[in-house]
Design a binder for this molecule. Structure first.
Ligand code: FAD
Length: 457
């Protein structure tokens, strides 16, 4: 397929978006190269979704051991071996790195190791070697953003959390987004004393208001200290290596062995030569793309976290497949950004799809929105001794009867909302929910047995 170029397609970044894009394009007969500066698999595989979920499982076993007493299990409490978990995780990640390498090799993709920099609309330089390609795809993802506070050098980011040594006795987590909340939950359940320091008045901006309050209460009940409206002034290091985080708003302090900053991520665009070539960025530093992921430079495209407003692995994968279809197929595949389901792996989990109550009331006539909700103790916890509660909520448009939003806090919420997302994309109405037979006894059946709308409070 190549004309005067070395490659039909050169992808910069071997994360979720880049690997999928390179592999699919090669499978369609294109001559493809992929450049990766670190380990194949990118954020998700190496320092994101996968290690985090493995640690969330580890944390769940700890909670399960405690709860099992209510079910008759007896014996001394087991101890937790952090080094063993780290080694097992590292081995699994190495295995996945190998799987990604093999997939690319099998598809015929040329993998180039090193840092890639644009050197013109059709050229990329890696280790002083210049490669040309008809199309170039930027899939360099994002990186944690730590604001400029005094003592910033003492803070670590989510990328260092998986290999901490030793396991922290006291962990301060700065931030209130999903990564902050997940890390707080996981490390708390693994045995750390966790304090969550959040500048704003609530956790998880962008999620449904009731979900935000409910999860904060559950995390607090579990033993995580949540300090809201707590802006960090600075971090100082004690002689013993521990840290003191000070607040400018309260005069209060938080002592910790590790300070994690999880205050958001920024697209990774620095050092790529984008400005020189004329690739435009928006105010947030993301590459500006059109509906076909094309940047302001005709031959340069961007997919995944570097340009997407939804920074999730399945979205990065979907964008990659749509782009390959545009460049090497019939162009029919498009990404539908509505009703993207998502989970937060706090303990308990959050699962959500569609509009929050706040979004629904602002997008439609406020009075046309009806809320159905339930807050209950699950069957499992009737014997476990845990005080954990579940929350389910449906946001419904009265006039159309359409279910606009579905939210849940409870075990396996992510697994549960995945199926509902299909129904909601198909336009499921509340009447359809009501006539669907539940699976008993489960948590998910609550969604099809919510009969009375909430009387607005
Ligand atoms: C802690 C954490 C937990 C997460 N959990 C979830 C989750 O549960 N579910 C979910 O859907 N999403 C989750 N995410 C988000 C998810 O990881 C990202 O949305 C996804 O990885 C984006 O894929 P990407 O291909 O755009 O970028 P990345 O996966 O970041 O890949 C970019 C790659 O480009 C490489 N690179 C960068 N610059 C260059 C260069 N100049 N030359 C060569 N290579 C370069 C990088 O080394 C990297 O490998 C999580 C993220 C984090 C940080």
């Amino acid at each position: 397929m190549t004309d005067r170029h070395d490659f039909d397609l050169l992808v910069i970044g071997g994360g979720s978006a880049g690997v999928r894009c390179a592999r699919m394009a090669a499978q369609r007969g294109a001559k493809v190269a992929l450049v990766e500066a670190a380990a194949l698999g990118g954020t998700c595989v190496n320092v994101g979704c996968i290690p985090k979920k493995l640690y969330s499982y580890a944390a769940g076993y700890g909670e399960g051991f405690v709860e099992s007493a209510g079910y008759g299990w007896e014996g001394p409490p087991p101890s937790f071996n952090w080094d063993k978990l780290k080694q097992a995780r590292a081995a699994e990640i190495r295995r996945l790195n190998g799987v990604y390498g093999n997939l690319l090799k099998a598809a015929g993709v040329t993998v180039i190791e090193g840092w890639a920099k644009l050197d013109g609309p059709h050229h990329v330089v890696v280790d002083k070697k210049r490669h040309s390609a008809r199309h170039i795809v930027l899939a360099t993802g994002g990186m944690p953003h730590v604001p400029d506070v005094a003592g910033r050098e003492h803070a670590i980011t989510s990328e260092q959390m998986f290999d901490l040594a030793p396991f922290p006795k006291r962990l301060a987590v700065v931030g209130g987004g999903y990564i902050a909340c997940e890390m707080a939950s996981i490390f708390h359940a693994l045995g750390a004393e966790v304090t969550l320091l959040q500048r704003g008045g609530a956790l998880l901006a962008g999620f449904d208001g009731e979900v935000r309050r409910f999860i904060a209460s559950e995390m607090g009940k579990a033993g995580i200290e949540i300090k809201l409206n707590w802006a960090v002034e600075g971090i100082t290091r004690h002689a013993d290596g521990s840290f003191c985080v000070t607040s400018d708003s309260h005069g209060s302090i938080c002592e910790a062995d590790v300070v994690l900053y999880a205050t958001g991520r920024k697209p990774l665009t620095a050092g790529l030569g984008l400005e020189e070539v004329g690739v435009k960025l928006d105010a947030q530093g993301a590459v500006v793309v059109d509906g076909d992921y094309r940047s302001s430079v005709q031959s340069v495209y961007a997919i995944g976290d570097i340009s997407s407003s939804k920074q999730l692995t399945p979205v990065a994968l979907a964008e990659a497949m749509a782009l390959v279809d545009t460049l090497f197929g019939d162009g029919k595949r498009k990404v539908d950004y509505e009703y993207i389901p998502t989970a937060v792996f706090t303990h308990p989990n959050i699962g959500t799809v569609g509009r929050t109550e706040e979004q629904a009331r602002s997008d439609f006539d406020r009075e046309d929105i009806e809320i159905y909700r339930a807050d209950f103790r699950s069957l499992r916890h009737t014997l476990s001794g845990s005080q954990e509660r579940c929350f389910v909520k449906l946001v419904v448009q009265k006039s159309s009867d359409r279910v606009l939003g579905l939210h849940m806090v409870g075990p396996d919420a992510g697994e549960i909302v995945q199926g509902f997302a299909v129904a909601m994309r198909a336009g499921a109405t509340k009447a359809l929910f009501d006539t669907t037979i539940g699976v008993h006894p489960t948590l998910a059946e609550e969604f099809v047995t919510l009969r009375e709308p909430a009387v607005d409070d």
